[in-house]
Design a protein. Structure first.
Length: 147
């Protein structure tokens, strides 16, 4: 449900700020964004790094690269950081209260790479939401031209 809210939030913020997102607006770009997110998520679990700092920095660079490649908007960057912060804070509260646990937390009850995964996920869901909003906009625009 949270991902649906994030997907809806991106086009709403774009309309609120008055600057529609027009960078790489086609479904193939959205699917590439999803594929890169899956790759980042897979790398966080399967690739062996020397230490957690190296893993966290690599994932941070990949996540920012995901934003740069598929979004490049200030609203996307701001929402990505804000939602990643809130999601990490929520996860920390869940772990602190014993509702969830990590086998080896290394950053205030959670894994240090978790904010990077949240950020990449937010950018991906925002890309999907923006593309769906673009489709809705085109359908509404076509109906008004037919009338």
């Amino acid at each position: 449900m949270c991902t649906a809210v994030i997907g809806l939030l991106y086009p709403c913020i774009d309309r609120l700020l008055g600057e529609p997102h027009k960078f790489k607006r086609e479904w193939s770009s959205v699917m590439r964004c999803v594929a890169v997110f899956v790759g980042i998520n897979h790398a966080s679990a399967k690739v062996d790094f020397a230490n957690n700092v190296q893993l966290s920095l690599t994932l941070a660079a990949l996540s920012i690269g995901l934003w740069w490649t598929f979004d490049r908007s200030c609203s996307g960057l701001g929402l990505g950081f804000a939602i990643a912060f809130l999601a990490t804070l929520t996860t920390q509260l869940l772990v602190y209260n014993g509702l969830f646990q990590y086998t080896s937390p290394d950053f205030l009850y959670v894994r240090s790479w978790l904010p990077c995964i949240f950020f990449a996920g937010v950018i991906t869901m925002g890309s999907i939401g923006r593309q769906l909003a673009m489709y809705e906009y085109k359908v509404v625009q076509e109906k008004t031209h037919q009338d």
